[in-house]
Design a protein around this ligand. Sequence first.
Ligand code: PMP
Length: 457
Amino acid sequence: MSAQPARNSTREWQALDRAHVHPFTDHAQLHKVGPRVITKAEGTHLIDSEGVKLLDAFAGLWCVNVGYGRKSIAEVAYKQLLELPYYNTFFKTTHPPVAELSRILIDMTPKQFNHVFYGQSGSDANDTIVRMVRSYWNLKKQPKKKTIIARTNGYHGSTMVAASLGGMSYMHELADLPLPGFVHIRQPYWYGEGGDMTPDAFGKLCAQALEDKIQELGPENIAAFIGEPIQGAGGVIIPPQTYWPEIQKICKKHDILLIADEVICGFGRTGHWFASEYYGIEADFMTLAKGITSGYIPLSAIMVGDRVADVLGAMGDFAHGFTYSGHPVACAVAIENIRIMNDEKLVDRVKNETGPYLAKRMQEFLDHPLVGEVRNLGLMGAIELVKDKKTRKTFDPVGDTGTICRDHCFKLGLVMRATRDTMLISPPLTWTKADIDEWAGLTKQALDLTAKEVGKA
Ligand code: PMP
């Protein structure tokens, strides 16, 4: 193969992308407008191939928690690449980065977690958890306990199993999902579905849906329940305070394993190291990815609770693993990433300073003609755009207004994400009050332009 010529123009990169790449994209749109080419990033900003600077209010994809351009992470990766770029953790071998990271994760996660299993992505981690759940019940001689209950509009990844756990109907349609053994109950989305109920009453009602589903299918058939403490991709759906305690009770009552998917919520996003701590969730598994390395390199980790680890550990060979499970460079990067978060007290800062300040600035949007609700926990928030603020009536079709707003954000130099007509924010945890002010100013402009375009100004 001959060496590839160096390319240096937006057009050339766009042509290659159109021809050969692209996850989660409307391909018709892509072919019309072409992708934006991001070439650099520094701190809290991205720079595209035309030199345009963008404020990244989405931390890449909910993941660049320590911000861009961390030299110490690059240095640690470089050193590790020279020292031991790769070795596997199969067949009774290990290496220092994986051993050390495991100790760190065990020390920082809730006390029931004393075992870790590594993967490359949130999706394969959730896949692995399903395998562990099934093995657990087989070993406990309750092989009928196989069905996993998840939630409508939950997101757990894109493999066949992870997408089956997820409750996104448009993902199910693609490939005849969910697979057998995966069922879904309603989500605790008070603003969208709570009507006149108080949030607390609605939280209990949504938890009752778990009890009802268990009764419908028979507790002897239910293996586990999975949920994101706060649904991310589904639209930053923050459950009422009554929800998780009730879910926890129901799982205990019926001897059902509880899986907390902390892929987005983990590593400080909510102002707590893990949202499970905030909600008092005592999970049997926690799925970790994204913020574990701040997205600098792929890594996921499954925290396995003692109750499960004790049973699986007695089994002998757990015939499961990936070539890159516990990759040394990824583990070294994770260690450095966590060191930065600790040294800079990023989690405290989100909890006590920037999270509350974001809430305050978001409240100001409630006067806007398009905005029905704002909500956040830490640096994870949502702005609901609605046709009628009083009745919470949505636009028809749902989704166009969010897309219009997202495009205005882009033109103004701001990256936000839209789910339905809900604008989502999830910035690097390094954001200062000044960054939040910059965001609020740009968002206000984008909302005004959107209101004009949809006739609500
Ligand atoms: N779980 C949750 C809660 C997620 O948000 C995501 C990704 N957004 C995943 C799992 C899947 O992670 P990955 O894309 O790394 O496979």
